[in-house]
Every structure is written in C-alpha cells, then in structure tokens.
Design a protein around this ligand. Structure first.
Ligand code: CA
Length: 411
C-alpha cells in the first residue's frame, strides 16, 4: 500500500497504521484518525459521503470518547479503518468526493489530543517474568524472587481510572507517608523515589455480562487496540503501604497513556510467540497459536534543560503472560468487563539491564545510578524531568508506531 499523500518515512503513522483518537478542536471533541503528520477529521469525511456504504449512525465521529465508536463492533470499526486506508491509498476513490484537503487534514502539531477513551475500570497486571524476578530479588533474594503463584496465573490488581491522563499532562510530585529508614516511623512528605513503569495497555472492545467468562481462544475478539502506558510509581510510599492489600497511593496519582489507540488489525503483521511457559497452566489459560506482538519500546528521560537520554529499550514480546490469558483469567470468576476498560501489562523488562522497564531496576534500588547524556545521574526522577515512551514496529516495509506518552514531574 502507498498513499497519494506524502508521508515522512520516520512517521509512526503510515498508511498501514490508521489509529483512532479524540481531538479537542475549538471547544469540541471529535473522533479523529491520523496519517503522517496529519490529523484526519472523520466527521468531514462522513459528511462528504466517504463512509456511505457502511450506513453509520449520523454524527458518530462527534463524541468526546471512543467508547460509543468502539461499541459499533470490530466488524464496523474495521471497515471504517479500511475505508480510510482506501481513501488515502486510492486517489480515484478520494477524488470522487471533491473535498478540499485543508478541510479534513489538520497539522498534528496544532491539534490538542484528549484522553481517547472513558476508562471505567483499570486493571494492572504484573506479567513480565524478568521484572517480577528483579523486584523479588531486591526484596526477598533470588531464591524466593518469584512467588509460588506467579507461573500459574497472571498476577494483577485493580487500579484507579480517574487519574489516567493523556500524554502531555504534567503532574505534581506526590506526597504521602514515608517511613524513616532507621526508626520505621512514618512522616508526611514528598516522595523521594519517584519512578516510571514502562508498560503497554489494551482497551476492551466488547462487553460481557456478570457471570460470563471469556474463553482464552476467543479473547482477542474483546480487545479493540493498544496504547503506551506509564504507571508512575512512588517507591517509598508504595513500600510502606502495600502490605497486605497491594499498591494504593504510591501509584494512583497519575498514569499516562498515549493518545492514539492502535488497532489489533494494524498490529497483525507483528504477531509473534511470547516466551515458552515451562510451567503447565490450567486449561482455562491454555492458548492456541501466537498471541504476542513484536513491539519495540523505548523510554527516554529529558532533563529540564532539554537533554534526552534513552534509559530503556524493551519489547512487548518479552511478556510471559499474553493479553488473552490476562483477559481469560480476569473473567474466569464471572467478573464482567465493559467497553473502554483498560488493562495494563505491568512493567516490561527484558533480560538485559538496558531493557529494564523501571528506574528501580535500572539503578538497582539506587545502588547503580543511571548515567545521563548531560553528565548527571539519576536513581529516581527529579522535578522538571520528563519521561517519553515511544513504540514502533517494523517488518517487511510495514511501519506501525504508537507516537508518544510523555509527562513532566512538577515540583
Ligand atoms: Ca505497574
């Protein structure tokens, strides 16, 4: 496929991508797509008749989240995506509609993107074996690093949806109870161990009813697409509060997602197998076929002065548990899921130190500070630091990228 529109080869948004997002345009929120450095105003294409064959509801693209659109079902949203692809690759098809290019293509640098979905419930898994092992080593030693349950089920917890923010939303360094290292007595103050977690998340595209379970081998029908996810974490607050019910205020002050939802259709060329699961799993977790995706991810730290250092190069395919196993496990007890629910992977670490997905691991609890390109070092984030996550898959000339998920720590 090739577009009649000139698209920079470095762009994440090739003709093969065609993601969906929500833009804030003149006090209005609109469902949009993206190609190269242009935001595509889909409502204008609909008005001109581009989607006439699909019999879409009138004004379907004038909405402040993707939830209603996703609710049309994958069959319909898949056809919408294909029609957009045809429009931009077939000049004759596009020519029929006598549209002025400037009316439906906006310079992406001039468009403010909003949160793409209204997230009802957010779940965070813990599906990277390397990450679980590293953190376990630091706190319990290598012998007991992985808890006995870890290879039998995708460990997860229910997170907070209200503080999920779109890329570009800055946040204030959180405060909380932090125990004194010697006495163990807590005092109240700003976190000194502000960290990142390099993750990806999927968005649920189809609901179930209370009591329903999702079969592991049809679970992909329930996944609309994926985004980048940074699960900012205050380690000192987390360490004090997490026993026995798990993370709470150390993680719910902000979680950043990228604005463009990359559809599973776009990710199909990058399908691959994940790590071998050597411990046999129960039947409800036994997946057939390949359910992982080769998606290289980077995290960079940008100082207040604008000096950028890549601190992590990892890959979604390193995850031990797949999205379909996560979804099968999540619903095996009859827990219902809803359109727009967001399920994050957990920190994605690989085997090499350069692929560790948190500063806690890269700096090994602060014992090996991270060297930055401006000569300074970090064990954890300073005020003014920005973290930028990026992801981009490439195979046989097909490029599908995720854009960015960025956030800056304010004092
Ligand atoms: Ca996490």
């Amino acid at each position: 496929m090739k577009s009649w529109l000139e698209i920079d080869k470095t762009s994440d948004f090739s003709i093969y991508n065609i993601p969906f997002g929500v833009a804030s345009i003149q006090d209005e929120k609109l469902i949009v797509s993206r190609i190269g450095n242009f935001v595509i105003v889909l409502d204008i294409l609909q008005d001109a008749g581009v989607f006439n064959d699909l019999d879409l509801p009138y004004g379907i693209f004038i909405q402040d989240s993707l939830n209603g659109f996703i609710g049309l079902g994958k069959k319909v949203t898949g056809k919408i995506r294909k029609t957009i692809q045809t429009f931009f690759s077939d000049a004759d098809f596009a020519g029929q509609f006598a549209l002025d290019r400037d009316s439906y293509l906006l310079d992406a640098n001039m468009v403010r993107m909003a949160l793409p979905v209204s997230v009802g419930d957010y779940t965070d898994f813990y599906s990277s074996k390397e990450h679980a092992f590293n953190v376990g080593c630091m706190f319990r030693g290598p012998e007991n690093a992985l808890m006995p349950n870890w290879t039998h089920l995708p460990v997860g917890y229910h997170g907070r949806a209200s503080s999920i923010v779109v890329s570009g939303t800055d946040f204030i360094r959180p405060a909380g109870q932090i125990p004194n290292k010697e006495t163990g007595i807590p005092s109240f103050g700003k976190t000194k161990e502000l960290d990142i977690e390099v993750e990806m998340a999927f968005i649920v595209g189809k609901e179930t009813q209370l009591g329903d379970t999702v079969d592991v081998n049809s679970a992909e029908d329930y996944i609309f697409g994926m985004v980048l996810f940074n699960d900012w974490s205050a380690r000192d607050i987390q360490r004090w509060e997490y026993v026995p019910l798990g993370p709470f205020l150390g993680k719910n002050f902000a979680s950043t997602i990228s604005p463009w939802v990359i559809t599973m259709e776009a990710l199909e060329p990058f399908r691959t197998n994940g790590p071998v699961q050597d411990t046999p799993v129960l039947p409800y977790l036994q997946q057939k076929g390949n359910h992982s995706f080769d998606i290289p991810i980077t995290a960079s730290l940008i100082t207040k002065e604008g000096i950028e250092t890549v601190i992590c190069e990892t890959n979604f395919k390193f995850l031990y548990w797949t999205m379909v196993q996560q979804l099968a496990h999540h619903t095996v007890n009859g827990c219902n899921i809803r359109i727009g629910d967001l399920m994050a992977s957990g920190t994605i670490s690989g085997k090499e130190k350069s692929s560790f997905g948190s500063m806690l691991e890269i700096s090994w609890k602060g014992t090996q500070p991270i060297q930055l390109n401006d000569g300074s070092t970090r064990s954890f984030l300073l005020d003014g630091d920005t973290i930028k996550l990026k992801a981009r898959s490439e195979a046989d000339g097909i490029v599908v990228g995720f854009g960015e998920a960025t956030g800056t720590v304010l004092e």
